[in-house]
Design a protein. Structure first.
Lengths: 281, 329, 322
């Protein structure tokens, strides 16, 4: 894989990118090895030690039910990473397929899909989430559906524009002249030319998705308690912010770290691969 | 001999407005004509040269023959079978017999594929995988004087001449009977132009393939084609055997086009036929003979109606009220 | 001879690339005399564009002048400050490009652009507009005053190239650099533009450096011609020297390759086989050795001397005699 080697080679000149990469790896490692990192069962109640401050036993203190905040934060990273991966790949996939169909297919298909994209994009995320929760009840699936439904139209529109730009190129006409069908043109010739920039946008969307999940869980329309989502931890800590601020502080730090990590990484990747910004040739 | 390709009164129109908009604006003809009733034939093993300035509709004509733009009326007969009105499945076999070389040598090659995969494309699309694909690709590369090692390169790593030769190799892959070459020498240096044209001539001798060459370069047409046509605003103003068109031209536009070429002799005295301005836009097609806005021999009748063909039966055809062989009073 | 407008002596330009140093121009000697048209002809990769960018001192970041001097009106261009250079580029040297759209701002009327370009002249706006209109009519655009209010896209390709020429001449430059100005145009328009440039040159008496890969255009327009190959000026002379008595084998092959000079129709045209050598790893001896039909052992060992074939005519080849 030459391209991957090239990415790392270029990344060497991007200090912010390396910093971002380190943060991202940290969060991913945390999610992968969560069961080995936790010091307590994240859902075990210990009423005797509720709302305790940071100590040797409870590194980040305990919450109102005496649960270990550190263990909950570590397990929370699993949910965050899981939601981010599932939603971003789903919206990317749906956006790619529908966007390419809109960009390359007949006019009526384009108009129909554009209408769909714009309608979905105009839903306010929170209202949409509340409506879905009323119907299906709060759950991780509901969160994923809400986020996917509101983000794939963004990818879809982007893909459509790029597909249209490519479709006018001579190499696409050359394929059509040889008799290549729509699937072949899209899969072999258009897709490889648009995925690169799309992945960069997606990586910058990951923190957004994590924040939406946290926000929805904070509002109580996300994951069901006692599942340790970062948003749920913040929600728990919110009530006690005056006397025991560490819950909200330690619950917020990983959100900030993840957001910064993916944003730095995404931005430096964009700089590296945007041909207009590239210095060498 | 049976003609290989017979184009009869071909007309290509493009919609300029949506149907709703046209209805609202009471525009009962929201179309422009890209190709306006063109007829010609190409015989097996022959080269037909199509000359025109940019905006003359020559690329549209080529794409119509390839089935890439919808045809309004007329017929395109290939080996006697009309291609107009065939559906996708019915037309696919003909795509093996008619190949196209595109104008932009590197731009017509998919940038993320290696040359090897690009050459395999025609076989994959038509589900005709040869028994030994690597051998077949090496054979194609050799046929156009490229080394088999080129197969590992990407299009942007090739020079213009090399990319053009890959285009030729790809066109040849399925042993077509007709190759449409859109500006085969455009963007190439003079020293390389000859290589491509010689390659095409050699392949014609070896494989008996016919060529439809589209170009604005008159010198190229003069050397390589058996028949030539001069196109202007979607019509053939003059066509016939190349020698006749170049030496006994009848249309003032042909004469002007031929005299417009700069000569490599600094002392040459140019007898230029002054033609004015530029080719009009398709949106504002002039009435009568389309060339009247630039013609030095224009008379009132030219502004009124398009001339009839001088003699339909003859190989040499031209559309002019006052052909050059008739002196003007 | 009077002092040349542009005097390039021993110019060498290198590019630093990850793969090594590209010696894009090597020992170029070229003069542009006042009120003459000098043509530069060569195929892709010969260094024409690098030469122009070196003359107007707008080079790529990784390029630098390794040796040599460029004098404009007797003054060393290297000695000018950035602001002096801007002054020269806007007033004494102007340019016409291949694609007129790159030279015209699409969102401004051409009148606005033609008035703006005269910012150094202390004339009233009205006077400047009148001058612009007269210039438009001079380049063959009738009804100049009302056409000034049009935008570039409202003109056809040939018209736009006429406008860029009008703009270039409006500042009354001493040197006009025309970089492939007719390449994007059809033949009938190409001859119109050449005709126009020729007429204007006689009127304005400015020197023109005309770059093209099209030999015939050079033959028709230029007084002197330089032939470039792979970063070297292999032959230069008057237009008659080059086209009637070409000395260098490259010039001769180039002239033979042109299909329009071959009278008798032939299906097989002459070519120059081979590719240009790598400019990173230059061959010893003559730069044209790999593609030359007359190559001898000496060509592979020593670089050819510049042989004087006439008053203005020199060519770099071992097999030429003075």
């Amino acid at each position: 894989m030459n391209q991957i080697r090239e990415i790392f080679f270029r990344l060497r000149n991007e200090p912010m990118g390396i910093f971002g990469l380190v943060l991202v790896l940290l969060v991913v490692a945390c999610a992968v090895f969560a069961p080995f990192l936790v010091t307590h069962d994240p859902n075990a109640l210990d009423i005797a030690h509720r709302l305790a401050g940071p100590s040797f036993d409870h590194w980040m203190g305990t919450d109102q039910l005496g649960r270990d905040v550190f263990s909950r934060v570590v397990m929370g990273s699993r949910i965050a990473v899981w939601v981010a991966l599932v939603t971003v790949s789903l919206s990317l996939g749906i956006g790619l397929v529908l966007g390419m169909m809109a960009g390359y297919g007949p006019k009526w298909m384009d108009s129909g899909l554009l209408l769909l994209f714009d309608t979905l994009r105009s839903f306010p995320t929170i209202m949409f989430a509340l409506a879905l929760v009323t119907v299906f009840g709060p759950s991780l699936q509901t969160v994923i559906i809400v986020i996917v439904a509101t983000t794939f139209p963004v990818y879809g529109r982007m893909v459509r524009t790029q597909t249209q730009a490519l479709a006018g190129n001579e190499f696409i006409v050359a394929e059509e002249a040889m008799g290549a069908g729509m699937m072949r043109v899209l899969g072999v010739h258009i897709l490889p030319n648009i995925v690169g920039p799309l992945f960069i946008v997606a990586s910058m969307d990951i923190p957004v998705v994590i924040t939406i999940e946290a926000g929805l869980s904070f509002l109580g329309v996300g994951v069901r308690p006692p599942t340790p989502s970062w948003g749920a931890i913040l929600n728990d800590g919110y009530a006690y912010i005056r006397n025991t601020p560490w819950i909200i502080i330690f619950g917020g730090i990983p959100l900030i770290v993840t957001t910064l990590g993916f944003t730095f990484l995404g931005e430096s990747m964009r700089d590296m691969f945007d041909p207009k910004l590239r210095k060498d040739l | 001999m049976e003609p290989l390709l017979e184009v009869d009164q071909l007309r290509v129109r493009f919609r300029t407005k949506g149907s709703v908009k046209a209805l609202l604006e009471k525009d009962d003809d929201p179309f422009i004509d890209g190709v306006m009733g063109v007829s010609f034939t190409i015989h097996p093993g022959q080269t037909f040269g199509l000359v025109g300035e940019s905006g003359s509709g020559k690329t549209t004509l080529a794409r119509a023959v390839m089935g890439l733009v919808p045809v309004h009326s007329g017929a395109i007969r290939f080996n006697g079978k009309n291609l107009i009105g065939l559906n996708r499945g019915q037309i696919k076999p003909f795509r093996r017999d008619i190949a196209m070389m595109f104008q932009d040598p590197a731009g017509s090659l998919s940038p993320r594929l290696k040359i090897r995969s690009l050459l395999a494309e025609p076989f994959r699309i038509h589900n005709r995988m040869p028994d030994n694909l690597p051998d077949e690709i090496a054979r194609l590369l050799k046929m156009v004087n490229l080394s088999p090692a080129m197969g590992d390169l990407y299009p942007h790593q090739l020079s213009g001449g090399q990319a053009r030769r890959v285009g030729v190799a790809r066109a040849l892959a399925l042993s077509p009977k007709l190759i449409i070459a859109d500006e085969p020498t455009a963007g190439l240096d003079v020293s390389v132009q000859g290589e491509i044209l010689n390659l095409m001539a050699r392949l014609q001798d070896e494989l008996g393939v016919s060529f439809l060459i589209i170009t604005h370069n008159l010198a190229v047409v003069r050397h390589v084609s058996d028949h030539a046509a001069i196109m202007y605003l979607g019509r053939f103003l003059e066509q016939g055997p190349t020698q006749t068109v170049f030496h006994h031209m009848q249309h003032p536009y042909t004469q002007a086009l031929l005299s417009a070429h700069a000569s490599p002799d600094p002392d040459a005295v140019h007898h230029r036929i002054a033609i004015f301005g530029e080719i009009p836009s398709l949106f504002s097609r002039p009435r009568g003979c389309e060339f009247h806005t630039r013609c030095p021999r224009v008379r009132d009748v030219c502004r009124e109606r398009f001339p009839k063909a001088a003699d339909q039966e003859k190989a040499h055809q031209y559309f002019c009220h006052f052909p050059l062989s008739e002196s003007l009073q | 001879m009077t002092q040349p407008v542009l005097d390039i002596s021993n110019l060498c330009v290198n590019y630093q690339t990850p793969k090594g140093t590209v010696q894009a121009l090597r020992h170029i000697h070229l003069q542009v005399p006042p009120a003459k048209v000098v043509g530069l002809v060569g195929e892709s990769g010969c260094g024409k564009s690098t030469l122009i960018s070196a003359v107007i001192r707008l080079m790529a970041e990784n390029a630098h002048v390794a040796a040599g001097k460029i004098r404009f009106m007797g003054l060393d261009m290297q000695g000018f400050s950035a602001s002096e250079l801007r002054g020269i580029r806007g007033r004494d040297i102007s340019m016409v490009f291949q694609d007129p759209m790159t030279a015209l701002n699409p969102v401004l009327t051409i009148g606005r652009q033609m008035v703006d370009i005269q910012y150094r002249d202390g004339l009233s706006r009205k006077k400047k507009r009148e001058r612009a209109a007269r210039m438009l009519e001079r380049v063959g655009i009738s009804d100049g005053l009302s056409r000034l209010d049009n935008y570039p896209h409202q003109f056809s390709g040939g018209m736009r190239q006429r406008i860029t020429i009008a703009m270039a001449l409006l500042v009354q430059p001493k040197l006009l650099i025309a970089d492939e100005p007719t390449t994007a145009l059809d033949a009938t328009l190409e001859v119109q533009i050449i005709r126009l440039l020729k007429d204007l040159q006689t009127d304005f008496q400015c020197a023109i450096l005309f770059i093209s890969h099209h030999l015939n255009v050079i033959a028709e327009l230029c007084d002197y011609v330089g032939v470039m190959y792979a970063g070297e000026l292999v032959e230069k002379g008057t237009v008659r020297d080059i086209f009637h008595r070409p000395g260098h084998p490259y010039t001769r092959s180039l002239l033979e390759c042109d299909p329009s000079v071959i009278e008798e129709p032939t299906r097989f045209l002459p070519t120059i086989p081979g590719d240009i050598p790598s400019l990173i790893d230059l061959p010893k001896g003559c730069i044209f050795q790999d593609r030359c039909a007359h190559v001898m052992t000496v060509c592979r060992k020593t670089p050819p001397p510049a042989v004087h074939l006439g008053d203005h005519h020199t060519a770099a080849c071992h097999f030429l005699e003075e």
